[in-house]
Design a protein around this ligand. Structure first.
Ligand code: URA
Length: 280
């Protein structure tokens, strides 16, 4: 009888050993959504952060995410509630945190937000339109990384009249100095006597991509407004104002950012190196 029990005990699969998740301290702080990675590094160096009751100033210090107790200025680290905001950025504002030359930044418009947020991708100083800000780094990666193909739609005023053939070049994809662009969706909105207005949707996020694509047609962008990111459109949001994204909008944005396999048409469609760095 004892023997049978012993056999049964042995037959049971062994419990898998608990997996330890290790991350550097600066990463843990920024992932918690309370600060940027640069700020985290400053805090660490200044001795504001303790791990398991000991001050850690070593930027390479590894933290066991589930077991180590991290404390900042005496307060235990807790993951911040994730927030998702939508700002109608006016022309003239930078998407950086601080400008050494004192130019206005989007943070000047977000004074009432009491949590740390960062812009999801960038817009040129001269571009207006929809900018998402959040403290959710994983969400931001999904929106900005070109591998996820989240479409971004811009309203473009070109400095010249553009022919159907020229617009077709944008649709086909054209050669820029950092490689071929992916095909864009292009819809002519109207023409004035000497200028074309059109909507263009791209799924990459290279630096000044729309402007460079239009320049490749021997024209120039006079006005650029981002009117949509994925399924979220500007609609009635007033310029310079912001609002919270709804849960449905956040869900729909995540859904629109599905990782896609490249068809292999071009190795350099902007993947591998543009993620989160340029515009999005
Ligand atoms: N493309 C540009 O050229 N500029 C932006 O700000 C965004 C996309």
């Amino acid at each position: 009888m004892e023997q049978r029990k012993e056999r049964r005990r042995k037959a049971r699969p062994e419990k898998a050993p608990e997996k330890r998740v290790l991350k550097t301290l600066d990463r843990v702080l920024s992932k918690a959504g309370i600060c940027s990675r640069t700020e985290a590094r400053e805090w660490i160096v200044r001795g504001r952060v303790k791990v398991n009751a000991r001050t850690v100033r070593d930027l390479e210090h590894w933290v066991d995410v589930d077991h180590d107790a991290v404390v900042i200025d005496g307060r235990p680290l807790r993951a911040e509630k994730k927030i998702y905001l939508l700002l109608y950025k006016p022309k003239g504002y930078l998407t950086t945190y601080k400008d050494p030359d004192g130019r206005p930044t989007v943070y000047d418009l977000m004074a009432k937000v009491d949590q740390w947020v960062f812009p999801v991708g960038r817009l040129d100083q001269d571009t207006s339109g929809l900018l998402i800000l959040t403290n959710d780094t994983q969400f931001a990666e999904q929106i900005t990384n070109p591998e996820f193909h989240v479409p971004k739609t811009y309203l473009v005023k070109a400095s010249t009249l553009l022919s159907d053939e020229q617009l077709a070049k944008l649709r086909d994809g054209l050669e820029l100095k950092d490689g071929m662009t992916r095909p864009a969706k292009v819809k002519r909105v109207r023409d004035s006597e000497s200028k074309s207005f059109f909507e263009m949707t791209i799924t990459e996020g290279r630096n000044r991509q729309v402007r460079r694509m239009v320049e490749a047609l021997e024209s120039q962008v006079l006005k650029l407004v981002r009117v949509a990111v994925g399924p979220v459109r500007i609609e009635r949001l007033q310029i310079g104002h912001w609002r919270h994204l709804t849960q449905d909008e956040v869900r729909a944005l995540r859904k629109s950012g599905m990782r896609k396999r490249e068809s292999g048409v071009r190795a350099g469609t902007g993947d591998g190196g543009h993620g989160g760095e340029g515009h999005s």
